[in-house]
Design a protein around this ligand. Structure first.
Ligand code: LLP
Length: 421
């Protein structure tokens, strides 16, 4: 459920008509709903209320400071993968003890930065990383709390570019090597083992891969405890999928996911961490865009929007579907026609979707691309020298620009022409 609904024939974000945001901020623009972010976060809290837990929002899915502050103020932890994301989490007021650091390529500088600023745990992905972390932490007179990310070799049954839990993927260490790696961890002066971590992929719409992976996690917890390690936290990763289409069967709910975790590891007495991103932010955002032209082609009509693949790359990159709906509600029974909905970027790949059934639309009409709150703005670029798309946060009947659209001067001002030119 989200908070983007038609009221009096106009699509609203909570109590704000999208027509108002378009008029005041211009398009294209991302619009987020505080109520939806809050609701989704709380569903995960409830799903784990049977135990000590921390819901760490995956910052990579939506890293706007205002979004992080909404979630941080509700008590969320943050799952970060870079110095930049750490700085964002801190700037949003989230304390280091609620931040976990994931990612396959942490640098020494990043390790030092988060050890200085405070960190809950490193999710370590390789032995060389663990050795370096031990050196960095020791040199600061510290021991770095770690969980080793273990690759359980299960098929997450999702898009190949976002599956991470198979042995052929670059992530984690093979589960068969885990005991050896933990033994090495225990011998390193700058390392303190606190738990185990897994993340098997994103946009999972079936709980079975989780069941398989978490059963392996439980078995490993017992084995590592028998080896003398103090395993007290289990990080179960993120990845629970969202409904991208209103009309198909919905993926499992957070409460069902929480039950899978409970069934697998509930008897181990560990604190549970999860790292959902998309499930919290995805349906909390839309990309609002205007039609620039209706172009009649041979056998098909193109709706050329002012949003493009540089603003929302998921369709071009993963063949992802986003529902495209008119901001002015279609009267029941009014005729629809198929349109190829495209952006102005000079690539055929700049197509949001082909043959979308929409009512008659033309220049100046507004459309919303739904489910764009996760991996939307964060993956945007300035390709074709299109300034970064702005972001707006709605809360009830108020809204604020939470990232302004850069002017052309600001965009150009980041380049410099060397004096010898
Ligand atoms: N934890 C780790 C270690 C991750 O790598 C990810 C996502 C998450 C948590 C959050 O996963 P989520 O709950 O959002 O599924 N750009 C792609 C998705 C990439 C996901 C990368 N890792 C997309 O647009 O579909």
């Amino acid at each position: 459920m989200d908070h983007f609904n038609y009221v009096d024939g106009v699509l609203h974000a909570e109590d704000v008509p999208l027509t108002r945001i378009a008029a005041e901020v211009g398009t294209p623009v991302y619009v987020y709903s505080t109520a939806t972010l809050t609701r989704h976060f709380k569903l995960f809290q409830q799903a784990l209320d049977w135990t000590d837990h921390l819901v760490c929002f995956a910052v990579k899915s939506n890293s706007n400071l205002a979004v992080l502050k909404v979630l941080g103020d509700l008590g969320a932890g943050m799952d970060i993968v870079s110095a930049g994301e750490y700085a964002r989490a801190k700037a949003a007021g989230v304390p280091g003890e609620r931040i976990v650091f994931s990612g396959v390529g942490k640098t020494a500088a990043e390790m030092r930065m988060v050890l200085e600023g405070g960190i809950r745990q490193f999710n370590v992905e390789s032995e060389p990383e663990m050795e370096l972390l031990s050196e960095v932490a020791s040199s600061m007179g510290l021991r770095a709390p770690i969980a080793v990310r273990v690759n359980p070799d299960v098929d997450a049954k999702t898009h190949e570019k976002i599956a991470t839990g198979k042995s052929e993927n670059k992530f984690g260490i093979p589960i068969a090597k885990a005991r050896e790696v933990y033994a090495r961890a225990a011998s390193l002066p700058g390392i303190e083992v606190v738990g185990i971590d897994m993340h098997i992929g994103s946009q999972l719409t079936d709980l079975e891969p989780y069941r398989q992976a978490y059963a392996k996690m439980a078995e490993l917890t017992r084995a590592l405890r028998a080896d003398g390690h103090n395993i007290r936290r289990l990080d179960m990763g993120g990845g629970l999928g969202i409904p991208y289409r209103r009309d198909n069967s919905a993926p499992p709910l957070p409460i069902e996911y929480g039950q899978v975790i409970r069934d697998a590891v509930g008897d181990l007495g560990c604190e549970i961490e999860i790292e959902p991103g998309r499930n919290i932010s995805g349906n909390a955002g839309i990309l609002l865009s205007s039609v620039i032209y209706l172009k009649e082609g041979e056998g098909r009509d193109f709706l050329i929007l002012d949003a493009a693949m540089n603003d929302l790359i998921r369709p071009a990159m993963y063949s992802a579907h986003h529902d495209i709906v008119p901001v002015t509600e279609q009267a029941p029974g009014s005729p629809v026609a198929p349109y190829d909905v495209v952006g102005p970027v000079c690539e055929t790949g700049d197509t949001f979707e082909k043959a979308v059934e929409l009512p008659a639309l033309g220049a100046g009409d507004l459309v919303a691309l739904r489910s764009a709150g996760a991996y939307g703005a964060v993956m945007a670029s300035e390709y074709n020298s299109r300034p970064l798309v702005p972001e707006v946060l709605v809360n009830g009947d108020q809204f604020a620009v939470i990232r302004a659209r850069p002017t052309l001067e600001e965009m150009l001002g980041r380049d410099t022409i060397p004096e010898w030119l």
